[in-house]
Write a protein that binds this ligand. Structure first.
Ligand SMILES: NC(=O)C1=CN([C@@H]2O[C@H](COP(=O)(O)OP(=O)(O)OC[C@H]3O[C@@H](n4cnc5c(N)ncnc54)[C@H](OP(=O)(O)O)[C@@H]3O)[C@@H](O)[C@H]2O)C=CC1
Ligand SMILES: Cc1cn([C@H]2C[C@H](O)[C@@H](COP(=O)(O)OP(=O)(O)O[C@H]3O[C@@H](C)C(=O)[C@@H](O)[C@H]3O)O2)c(=O)[nH]c1=O
Ligand SMILES: [Mg+2]
Length: 283
């Protein structure tokens, strides 16, 4: 029996595919806009655990497509979690720092009050609630600022822009933990294995790369490691208007993930070096 991964083309799904005993299925086999397809796929594969790595992740576009984002990010994971509960197998759902409002400067703990600022965050929060309501063995892993060698992400955007321009304005008042998709995949895989033998570990957990930084700080380290001469100027979020507001404080307290699962915050600077190596962009 394998670990079934819902999603195949995304950043985290592609990293899960490299781990032992995983089977990843794409939209052809399980289209999240038709949630019943997800439960049929779970029943057909008879896995020992399920990890949902598929989601609607276009934060700004979600403002115009909240119903679709909710179908994919809430209804579909709810159906997956119910299928897993009926089979008595663990379900791992990936969630986001964007369920929080971003007030204050204290790292968010898993049981802190949520308060999403936009449609994407609301849809992911609704997904968390449906997964809990399914009543099965599960982990909801909230992560942030996902980067990898594939897909769309901040590292790849910076490599592209940094090669074209000699200066960029980047927001410096949003603070969080950049997290490599590879590190998230490893964490989800470990959690699925542990939940299978320790169902009492069911709950909501945080996992992000350390140290916390601003997007501007992150960009500077990317340019430094990639040896790109691009000057970064700090700007406030107000100078970079977007359809969806982002939380200013995305710091997450990841201590329960360590004490319960033995999973520590990875240093994103090392993970970034791996990504740049994979991309052939290391200086
Ligand atoms: N990206 C980030 O910065 C962050 C992501 N997260 C969460 O982490 C998880 C993984 O994100 P990430 O790997 O970055 O995602 P990506 O944006 O890289 O990929 C999204 C995946 O979801 C799939 N998908 C979207 N819609 C459907 C659908 N209707 N049916 C089937 N599959 C669908 C896509 O498939 P297709 O290629 O066919 O469209 C793709 O494989 C998600 O739960 C996300 O919310 C949390 C914090 C930060
Ligand atoms: C390209 C660019 C971006 N930015 C800012 C905008 C934004 O605040 C920040 C990051 O841009 P992104 O578009 O990658 O941000 P965004 O898509 O909002 O990233 C989020 O995605 C979802 C799925 C999550 O769950 C979150 O954890 C988070 O990773 O960088 C600049 O300030 N200057 C620039 O030139
Ligand atoms: Mg994005």
């Amino acid at each position: 029996m394998s670990i079934l991964v819902i999603g195949k083309t995304g950043q985290v799904a592609q990293e899960l595919a490299k781990l032992p005993d995983t089977v990843c299925i794409s939209r052809d086999e399980a289209d999240l806009t038709v949630p019943e397809q997800c439960s049929s796929a779970i029943h057909a594969h008879v896995p020992r655990a399920v990890i949902n790595a598929a989601a609607y992740t276009a934060v700004d576009k979600a403002e115009q497509e909240e119903a679709l984002a909710t179908l994919i990010n809430a209804d579909a994971p709810g159906v997956m979690a119910r299928a897993c509960a009926s089979l008595n197998i663990p379900f791992v759902q990936i969630s986001t720092d964007y369920v929080f409002s971003g007030g204050g400067t204290a790292p968010w703990r898993p049981d802190d009050p949520t308060g999403p600022l936009g449609a994407y965050g609301r849809s992911k929060l609704a997904g968390e609630q449906k997964v809990r309501a399914a009543g099965g063995v599960h982990a909801i892993l909230r992560t942030s600022w996902v980067v990898s060698a594939h897909g769309n992400n901040f590292v790849k955007t910076m490599l592209r822009l940094g090669a074209e321009r000699d200066a960029l304005n980047i927001v410096s008042d949003q603070i969080g933990g950049p997290t490599a998709a590879r590190d998230i995949a490893t964490a989800c895989h470990l959690m699925a294995e542990q939940l299978a033998v320790s169902p009492e570990k069911t709950g909501t957990y945080h996992f992000s790369g350390a140290p916390d930084c601003s997007w501007a700080d992150f960009a500077r380290v990317i340019f430094d490691q990639a040896n790109l001469a691009c000057n970064v100027t700090d700007i406030p979020s107000s100078a970079y208007p977007t359809p969806a507001a982002r939380p200013l404080n995305s710091r997450m307290d990841c201590s329960a993930t360590d004490s319960t699962f033995g999973i520590k915050r990875p240093d994103w600077r090392n993970s970034l070096t791996e990504i740049l190596t994979d991309l052939g962009a290391l200086s």
